[in-house]
Design a protein around this ligand. Sequence first.
Ligand code: UN1
Length: 507
Amino acid sequence: MRHPVGSAVERETLARLGILDAICGADQGFASENPATGKVLAHVRRATGADFQAALDAARAAFPRWRDVPAPRRGAMVRALGEALRRHKDALGTLIALETGKIKAEGDGEVQEMIDIADFAVGLSRQLYGRTMASERLRHRMYEQWLPLGPVGVITAFNFPAAVWAWNALIAAVCGDSVVWKPSPKAPLTALAVHRLACAAAQQHDADGIFGLLLADGQETGRAMVADARLPLISFTGSSAVGRDVAQAVAGRFGRCLLECSGNNAVIVDETADLDLALRAILFGAVGTAGQRCTTTRRLLLQETVYDEFVARLVAAYGEVCVGDPLLASTLMGPLIDEAARSAFVAAVAEAEACGGQVLYGGRLLAGPGWFVRPTLVAAENHWPVVQRETFAPILYVMRWRDFGTALALNNAVPQGLSSALFSRDLRRAEAFLAAAGSDCGIANLNLGTSGAEIGGAFGGEKDSGGGREAGSDAWRAYMRRQTVTINWGADLPLAQGIEFLPRSES
Ligand code: UN1
């Protein structure tokens, strides 16, 4: 059952996070809405062109000071922010739920993801390692070092309004960079709350000005950031269509891009799989966050021998999903983000049906208020345009296969290449899935779902998913510039490749 949240909870949450004073009148800014009620949560002030210049100037001014701070001390600032996030986890998790419609458990999980990346970044602050190479020349030494890059522009989406900033900003911070953040206009309050905590930590650690924030609801600010050579790196999360424009614009000025774009992630299930595990993973992957993760499971590829049984179990499980108020503990799925998302859901279901798709479950809206839909299963074919596209909604397209080669081919036969998963107990199939000719995605999971990655791995995808890698592993390198250093400590000048280059008199 749905119980729209009351404004008392909203006010109290904003107060707990200390951002009530940042709220402005309706005529002074743009609205953040609660998708569970369809009502305005609050208005926030819109950044002007002057604010943009001021934010860039501040980030530029902060950078030379910050890059001189030893990296482990930069880590201490991030540790303080991680501690503040721990203290505010409940309130921030609630605000994320209020503003994005994701359920409270997932809102809290998103804050935990920030805490995790903070811990990771603190450790990293003592591990920004370069390599030493063996020089071919006598009495020469070679090594590479990683140096701070400059102010980083971070553009984030509504669906992870806090964690994706943290992936970027906390790694960038230990790397010695300042950060200018443009969050989604659909989640400005979360950004305000996070930014407030970040600035407090920065202030306590002589890092004033390293975290900038620009709240804006048009395309102008994002475009200005992308075009501005003062931001040597742009990290962008959003659709492949916008990501393509960002990539071209940033390449045109020889900037660097980190792109986290659309996914169209498949789960393959074969007849040897633990079907109980597969069912739970697919439910979380397809229904979690109301299908609005870039890692959401959008395609289910079932071996034909288990198709009927598994679909029947899935339909039954979908019937048990409680759709409603994101703050209620019993709710598994909240609303879509806005009316446009709900229209896209309706259009996608209609398009699939027009192609001959059979709705196995859901396919319908739930009556207002709020942008609620039913989680949806559609028997479909992979080549239909609607299946080839990412629709940010809980629609799972179900398909069947006979031989495993076909399953692998279907997994890869979409423009996107973010996440993928196989449920199987067959060693040969598992290895084939993970081999070079297997999944072409940036993420390949065996016996777990496509979403819910840990921060310790590098996160990102191939093809139209953009090619970026963020968060763990060596993703930090994107936020630094590499310098190759060669030192001659001898009294001679040998040239590489054995070249002799001497005036005639000396030879
Ligand atoms: C996103 O949807 O943009 O792996 C990020 C996951 C989360 C991050 C998703 N850790 O689903």
